[in-house]
Structures are given as structure tokens and as C-alpha cells.
Design a protein around this ligand. Sequence first.
Ligand SMILES: Cc1ncc(COP(=O)(O)O)c(C=O)c1O
Length: 396
Amino acid sequence: MKSLLDTHHLKSIENLGNETTSYESVLKIAATLAPAEPVQCFFPHKLRHQINCFTNNFRGDVAFAVKANPSHQIIKSAHSLGIKTFDVASLPEIDLVASNAPEAKLHYHNPIKSKLEIQTAHFKFGCNRFAIDDLAELRKIFSVTGQNNEIEIAVRFSLPQSNNAVHDFSEKFGAKPAEAAHLLAHVKLLGFSPVLTFHPGSQCTTPAGWIEHIQAAAQIAQNADITLTKLNIGGGFPVKYAKESKYPLKAFFTNIEQAACAAFEVPPQLECEPGRAIVGPSISLLTQVKHVRHEQREIYLNDGIYGSLLEMTQAEQLTPNLKVIKNGKYIQGNQQLYTVYGPTCDPLDRLPNKFQLPMSIAEDDYIEFESLGAYGAATSTRFNGYGHASIVEIKN
Ligand SMILES: Cc1ncc(COP(=O)(O)O)c(C=O)c1O
């Protein structure tokens, strides 16, 4: 059995540099490396497919929301596949983009930033786009940069959460429409370039959220007496998980475009900034079975909710499809329901739903969780010394 701590093939997500070893398949990794730590199996062709889907069909600028997967490899690959703008939320994310996609444009769309963060982003990294959702943040930016019409200020507004999104963004962020109109007018008054932005909520399963926000955006711009030249429609595009169907993203884009044409006399340039839908499908998490208690129908894995499986605790819809691997082959056979625990010594470290798994599952087998490229490794912790997941590439 090989410990990933001392293999030279695999590198941690933080340390990943230029060189990457490619493997034929997830099965090959399980069979030949027999990794004792979780592994992120990255499929570049799936990333390419998702990026092409956006860049070929969405009529507007497509940014990648770095928070979904802040790894060198993903940023570098996304950039080489045509992503020229990155939505960032912190200085470390800006630094990551600067070192992997040096000439890319930055949208600093976290509405809350310190003066130091604004100063560093603008003067050191050349960032000319900032989001705000209150007057204090606008004044903060003005106090750091002074008047500058090359700086775009994106006023983030929110509407009550629509019921087809998994994560609700409307509570923490976004000015109410009346306040947003006031802010937009103020942006212009201070000599910045006004933009509007919203996020309809993550994993939206219908275009309804975008449509109602676009209608509201037109009203906000009209109330502020601003001819809006750019409208950022956020992320939120869905990924296929175990119980979800495949979503027709092209049809979403058509609906969004039609809504913009209907709501505005002169439609603004659209921008989107997906995270989940760009990177989600491109990574499978390979975990190892550490222990099985068949009578109690319990299994213990080497990763759990404190590692890359956190999102499963947040909504059942985000439960990924899984496949069991024994001796280098996918197996099915007679199945029963198992409770699945993570590796930490913590009672909360248990996946929320039971899983149908083959009754032949045994210690040292593997479970591959599909579509964990977004908010998997990105949110994993090192609680109890676990959570480290190396990234390896799978050949097309
Ligand atoms: C400002 C902003 N833009 C884009 C995204 C990406 O959202 P998603 O992963 O749902 O596409 C997020 C995610 O939280 C966000 O906060």
C-alpha cells in the first residue's frame, strides 16, 4: 500500500506546479497507486467541454469564479481554454490568478473588502472592477483610489430567494432594489463606471431566478436614470448530481438573453461568472474504504464532511453519484444501505444520507464520487490531520 505522503507522482493542491503526471483512468489510479489518501482525479476534457459550452453559447463575457476551485491547475487550464476574466474574492485568489493567468482581467466581486485589500488589488494587481452593496463600501473604495472612470463599480442587488436554488445568497449580500438604484446613481456621481450585478443562488435548476433579476435590474437602472452598459448575471448554473437530471445550459442562456432584450430598451453587455458549472463535472474524488462493519451496515472512508464531502451536508440535491471499485474494476452486485462515516474522531463526520452499496464492499476498496470539482477540495479542512487530497490528471 502506498502512502501519498511519500509518492513523487502526486502533489498537494497547494503545491501543484507545472508538471503533472497523467493516468489512463480512475481505475488505473486505484489499481496501480493504491492511494491511502483521497485523490482528486481531474479530467481536462470535461473542463474543456464545460468551458466551451459557456464560451460558444453565452453571448457575453464568461468569468470563472475562483472560489469554486482555487488550484493552480484549474486556473491555468481554464485560462488556456479561453477564460480571460476571473471573479475573485480575496487577495490570495488574486495572487493565484496573477501567477497562473497573468494577463487575465480581475473582477473583485466580494462586496466586503478592507482598504488594504482594495489598495493592493488596484495598485499592485491592476484590478479595475469592484462590487459593492452599500454606501460605506463605495466610500471606502473612493478613499483608496480617488475618482477614476476606468474603475467599474458593480452594485450588487438581491431579491428574495427563488425556490429553485440550493444556496441562498440574498440574505448576506445585495442591496434591496431601491437602495441599489441610489447606489448606482452615487457610483456615477463619484466618477466611477456603473455596472449592476446579482447572484440568483447556487445550483439554480431553472432560468427563473435570472429572469426576475434581469427584470429588476432594468427597473433599478431606470430609477437611477443610468443607461446600463454592463450587467453581470452571476453564477448559479447547475451541475448534474446523483438525483438531478442533465440541465440544458444552452436553453438557460437563450432564456437569459431573451429576458435582457425584453427588459432593456438597449440591452447591456451581459457577463456571467459561473464556478460550479465550469469546474464541477471535471473532478472525481477517489476515496478509500478504511473499515467496514457489515452487521451494523457501516463503512468508514478516508475522507468525509470535514474534507471534500462537506457540500453533501448542505443539501440533498448536492449528493454526487458514486461508484465502488474493487481490484481495479467497478462493481455492483447485491446492495444494501450503509451509513458512511469520514475518518476523523468526530461524531458529526458522517454523510447525511445512507447509500446503497454492494454487500461485498471491503476494506481497501475505493469509492469514486463524481462531479466534486466545485466546492470539494476548495472547502476541505485539515481537521484531525485529514482532508489532504492530491490532484492527478486523467488522460482524455
Ligand atoms: C460573487 C460570486 N460570483 C459567482 C459565484 C459562483 O457561483 P456558482 O458556483 O453557483 O456558479 C459565487 C459563488 O458563491 C459568488 O459568490
